[in-house]
Design a protein around this ligand. Structure first.
Ligand code: PGA
Length: 235
C-alpha cells in the first residue's frame, strides 16, 4: 500500500511563497510518486489557487480545519461543504494546536462527520502531553480521544502526534511509534494511522519504513521544497 505523506503548513507562507513552493514540488516530484500519496494542507485563503496550480498533478490538497456546523450563522467559520467545492481530498481535524485553544473530542467528531458528509476524508489528530506520557497515561489518553473524536464509521485517517514531539525537533523513537501505532490499531482496526511530530529528512526514511505505519504528517519540514522532497523520496 502507498504511504500517505501529508504536509501541514499551519499558518505559514504568504501567497507568493505558497505558490512557488507547490510549483517546485510538482517539478521535483513529477517522476516520484509511485510509492507515496501526497497531500498539502495550506491555509484556507490559499486553497483555491493552490488547488488550481496542482490540478493535473498527483499532489492533492486538503484543509487544516472546518466548522462543526453545516451552514448558517457562524461568523468566521468555513464549512466542509464550502471546502468540497475546491476539489479537496482531506480535512485535518483536532490538531493539538486547536485542541489547546477550545476544541474538545465532541467538537472534533462533529467536524469529522461534516467532512465525511461531503466526501472529504477527515484526518483525526490524537496525542498525549509530555506530562501524561511520564505519568504512564499515554494509552488511556489516546483511547479516550479515539473513542470520542473519531467518526463511528466511514472513511477516515488517524494521526498520532505526541504533543511533546510537535515542532520540537525531537520525534518519538521508532519503538515508541511502533508500539503506539499497534495499540491504536487494536482499537481502530483497518483505519490508516500516520505519525506526526518533528518528521524531517534525517528521520523520515526509518519512520516510513515501519511496517504498521501508513504515513506521516509533516509540519515545519514541509515548508521548504528541498526538505519535503527529501522526505517523499525517502519512502
Ligand atoms: P512538526 O509539526 O512536523 O513541525 O513537528 C507537525 C504538525 O504540525 O502537525
Amino acid at each position: 500500500m502507498k504511504k500517505l505523506i501529508c504536509a501541514n503548513w499551519e499558518m505559514n507562507l504568504g501567497r507568493q511563497d505558497a505558490l512557488m513552493l507547490v510549483q517546485e514540488l510538482s517539478e521535483n516530484l513529477a517522476e516520484n510518486q509511485k510509492k507515496a500519496l501526497i497531500v498539502i494542507h495550506p491555509s484556507f485563503l490559499h486553497i483555491p489557487e493552490i488547488s488550481e496550480a496542482l490540478a493535473g498533478t498527483k499532489i492533492s490538497v486538503g484543509a487544516q480545519n472546518c466548522s462543526a456546523f453545516e451552514k448558517g450563522s457562524h461568523t468566521g467559520e468555513v464549512g466542509a461543504k464550502q471546502l468540497a467545492e475546491y476539489n479537496l481530498s482531506t480535512v485535518i481535524v483536532g490538531h493539538s494546536e486547536r485542541r489547546k485553544l477550545f476544541e474538545n473530542n465532541q467538537i472534533i467528531k462533529l467536524k469529522a462527520e461534516q467532512s465525511q458528509k461531503v466526501g472529504l476524508t477527515p484526518i483525526v489528530c490524537i496525542g498525549e502531553t509530555s506530562e501524561e506520557k511520564s505519568n504512564g497515561k499515554t494509552n488511556s489518553v489516546l483511547e479516550k480521544q479515539l473513542k470520542e473524536s473519531c467518526p463511528n464509521s466511514g472513511n477516515y485517517v488517524i494521526v498520532y502526534e505526541p504533543l511533546w514531539a510537535i515542532g520540537t525537533g525531537k520525534s518519538a523513537s521508532l519503538s515508541e511509534i511502533e508500539k503506539v501505532i499497534s495499540f491504536i490499531k487494536t482499537i481502530k482496526k483497518d483505519i490508516p494511522v500516520l505519525y506526526g511530530g518533528s518528521v524531517k529528512p534525517s528521520n523520515a526514511g526509518e519512520i516510513l519504513a515501519l511496517e504498521n505505519l501508513d504515513g506521516v504528517l509533516v509540519g515545519g519540514a514541509s515548508l521548504k521544497a528541498d526538505s519535503f522532497t527529501k522526505i517523499i523520496k525517502s519512502v
